[in-house]
Design a binder for this molecule. Structure first.
Ligand code: ZN
Length: 163
């Protein structure tokens, strides 16, 4: 019997959850940011080292459900060597995917495709977006010259829940 697509997505998510990428602390961080998703209890800290406008390295520390941890791990795997524009583009792909829109996921985005499985669970969408929103807010402040951001809280007034 061939495993269904859902099983495959689940396997990929669990693999990231069990062995999250980006665990190695950085010796130097240009951006330090934190995000929380109170509706689930997910809490993520991101340290980012920048180099000429690109993400050089990222350290992800996420305490939360499997989906938030897996999404943070996928982020760590994906964003190195990318510009802010690139990161925004990727997070837009993730957001559309979670909303159930048809998007082409470029092959160089690794396992991100597996987050498609989350769209069957609308309450989990914020879990999957947490890492991305937190990184983008941090990078935005960095571009604005603030360089350090702490404690961004992702609140629950998300459009997915008003249905
Ligand atoms: Zn969660």
């Amino acid at each position: 019997m061939t495993p269904s697509l859902d099983d495959m997505y689940r396997e990929i998510i669990l693999d990231h959850y069990r062995a999250p990428r980006g665990k190695k602390p950085l010796s130097h961080a240009d951006i330090t940011t934190r995000g929380q998703n109170p509706s689930c209890g997910d809490d993520i800290s991101l340290d980012v080292e920048m180099d000429h406008g690109m993400v050089k390295d990222v350290h992800v520390n996420c305490h939360g459900c499997a989906i938030s941890v897996a999404s943070g791990s996928m982020l760590a795997e994906t964003v190195k060597g990318r510009s802010f524009e690139d990161v925004k583009r990727i997070s837009e792909i993730v957001r559309k995917m979670l909303k159930g829109e048809e998007v082409e996921v470029p092959e160089d985005l690794g396992d991100i495709d597996a987050l498609k499985g989350v769209r069957q669970f609308p309450v989990r969408i914020k879990c999957a977006l947490l890492a991305w929103v937190t990184l983008i807010e941090g990078m935005k402040s960095y571009e604005d010259g603030k360089h350090e951001v702490s404690n961004i809280t992702i609140t629950t007034e998300d459009d997915h829940e008003k249905t």
